[in-house]
Structure formats: C-alpha cells, structure tokens
Design a protein around this ligand. Sequence first.
Ligand SMILES: Nc1ncnc2c1ncn2[C@@H]1O[C@H](COP(=O)(O)OP(=O)(O)O)[C@@H](O)[C@H]1O
Ligand SMILES: O=C(O)C1=C[C@@H](OP(=O)(O)O)[C@@H](O)[C@H](O)C1
Ligand SMILES: [Mg+2]
Length: 179
Amino acid sequence: MTLVLIGPPASGKSRIGKRVARILGVPFVDTDKLVVEAHGPIPDIFETHGEPHFRSLERAEVARALSTDAVVSFGGGAVLDADTQRDLAGHSVVLLTVQPHAVIARLGNGKRPLVPDIDSWIALYESRRDLYERLADHTVDTTDRPTDVIAAEIADWARAEHRTPRPTRTTRPTEETIR
Ligand SMILES: Nc1ncnc2c1ncn2[C@@H]1O[C@H](COP(=O)(O)OP(=O)(O)O)[C@@H](O)[C@H]1O
Ligand SMILES: O=C(O)C1=C[C@@H](OP(=O)(O)O)[C@@H](O)[C@H](O)C1
Ligand SMILES: [Mg+2]
C-alpha cells in the first residue's frame, strides 16, 4: 500500500507517519528528509536557490516516494504541484489538521522558512485549506491528542481501506465471517 499524509506544517505528518508505518509494518518515507539528505537543510535551499527550486527538488522526491509501498509523509507544500495532485488520485490520502493554539508550541525550531510565526502559519493554511480538503480521502484532527492514539486510528482506517473485497457470499454470514 501507499498511504500519504498531507496537511499544513506542524500538523504532525512526519511524527505520526513514522508511527503509522511502524504499526502497519511497512517502510516510512518523509519527502522532506529525502530532499535534505540529497541537497542539505531546507532553510539553506530556500535562501540560496529560492522556493521554486525547492519545489522541483521536492517534486522529484515525491514522485520517487509514490512509487514505493510505504507510508509517505509529504512536506506541507508538496501538494501545490499539479503533477503531484494528479498522482494522489491513485493513493490513499490522509489529511492531518491542527488548530492554531496547538501549533504555537509545535513551530519551535525555525526550520520552516515559510512559517516563522503563527500569523504566517494561519495565512498559509487558509490559502491551502481547500486544496488539502479536495485531495484527502480521510481527515484526522491532531489538536490536543496524543500521537500514538492518532497513529492507531489512521492505521485502522488504512487497513480497512486496503482490505481486499470479500468474495460474494452464498450463505448467510456467521458471527465469524462478519468479523
Ligand atoms: N499530536 C501531537 N501532539 C503534540 N505535539 C505533536 C503532535 N504531533 C506532532 N507534534 C510535534 O509537533 C512538531 C511538528 O510535528 P511534525 O511531525 O514535524 O509535523 P509536520 O511534519 O506536519 O510539519 C514536532 O515537534 C512534533 O513532535
Ligand atoms: O508547507 C510548506 O510549504 C513547507 C513545509 C515543510 O514541511 P512540513 O510540513 O513537514 O513542516 C517543508 O517542506 C518546507 O519548509 C515547506
Ligand atoms: Mg514534516
């Protein structure tokens, strides 16, 4: 399966994606991590080459990640790419949301050049909200909730989503076949 986590910065895609992959026993891929491994820190890429260059590096890693069976956590802006939007139609996509009061504590490290503070985070989220919602098959709010609970919920949803359809029943289902 390829399960993709999308959503605004600090919604928990990287942290929760890793846990979901562990629960499901599949590899975990973080597209930002792939970009950093190949090209160095994200703030440096933005500063030296600008956002369009970062987006093209990101798109290449997204395309590679989507060809693997894995849980894939995107960077928040990866969905802006038209080819990526098209590719997502063939995958299970979970949108993580979060309310501003919870984001303030999560923005901490200054590694996100587009969201130096909560006001810029709110503006960025508002500008993308419709897109995120349009691309998502399932939405999970992460505000004030423990990551292990959220990850378990997403893993349950993914299992149900990927369960192969059962053959047509010819007899009345028993308690056991229902389960
Ligand atoms: N449900 C949660 N509750 C509290 N903190 C969280 C939660 N999910 C993520 N975090 C923390 O918020 C920060 C951003 O999470 P991260 O997974 O990097 O988000 P994203 O990849 O969406 O930008 C990290 O410090 C992470 O540990
Ligand atoms: O929303 C965005 O445009 C970005 C989100 C970041 O990833 P996270 O969403 O994992 O923080 C990272 O890709 C880059 O700073 C740009
Ligand atoms: Mg991340």
